[in-house]
Design a protein around this ligand. Sequence first.
Ligand code: KIV
Length: 284
Amino acid sequence: MREITPKKIIERKGKEKITMVTAYDYPSAMLADKAGMDIVFVGDSLGMVVYGEQNTLNVSMEQMVFHTRAVAKAVKRALVLADMPFGSYEVSVEEGVRNAIRLIQAGADAVKIEGGHDHRELVRKLVRMGIPVMGHTGLTPQRYLRLGGYRLMGENEEEIEEILRDARALEKAGAFAVVLEFTLADVAKLVTEEISIPTIGIGSGPWVDGQVLVWHDLLGIYENVPPFVKKYADIGGMIRLALENYREDVKEGKFPGKGHYWEFLDKDDFRKKAQRALEMLEKD
Ligand code: KIV
């Protein structure tokens, strides 16, 4: 069992901020774990940042299982959380349960679903079965078509009520935490005060119990990132520069240089060996 458990995440509320980052493969998960992240999250955002899709609607269970397995192998300490992709839990509670089991069997410690009130029955069932669940409200990217794009949530009473209803339903159903995505910070603060389980914000301001960011966004792999992201590095720029340098070195004959290849020190010895090898080849 990994050191960070859902119970420990709940105990952090009001005491210590929770840190969460996405990771989709072995090396990134290993680095996230070694950096001391509390939660390493295999998000369905992989559809966009890894597979180049325009949204997350085409992500399959197979992809989630595949990436969860790689991440789970790398993480020793953090809690491994896996996203339930669009279409894997909406049709029936039974199907949701079956798919959640697949993610747990791939090595996840918990699953995340988008929405709250609409899926309270599924959350209750999973928790009763022993599968910890994190909810997700505010901007829910799997409802991208209904929302008409990715936008700030919680500007009117109806949206605030929906977010609060989701959060309360998740708390009541036994979820151990809730992601609040791209809501006005005051709404995130209100939700954080209203429920006893931790809130984890993304683009929702500082008055929450923890933060989550997408790996590629915070590391600056891509130039364009959502407006709420702080880029902590320019890894995309670093990779590009390294590749340009490598390309130039090859073109100019600078790579491989001394130290990156091995040669016969005695060229006469080599000539003799090569001659014999050519003769043997002729005889064959
Ligand atoms: O899939 C994802 O990366 C997410 C985060 C934005 C919370 O759901």
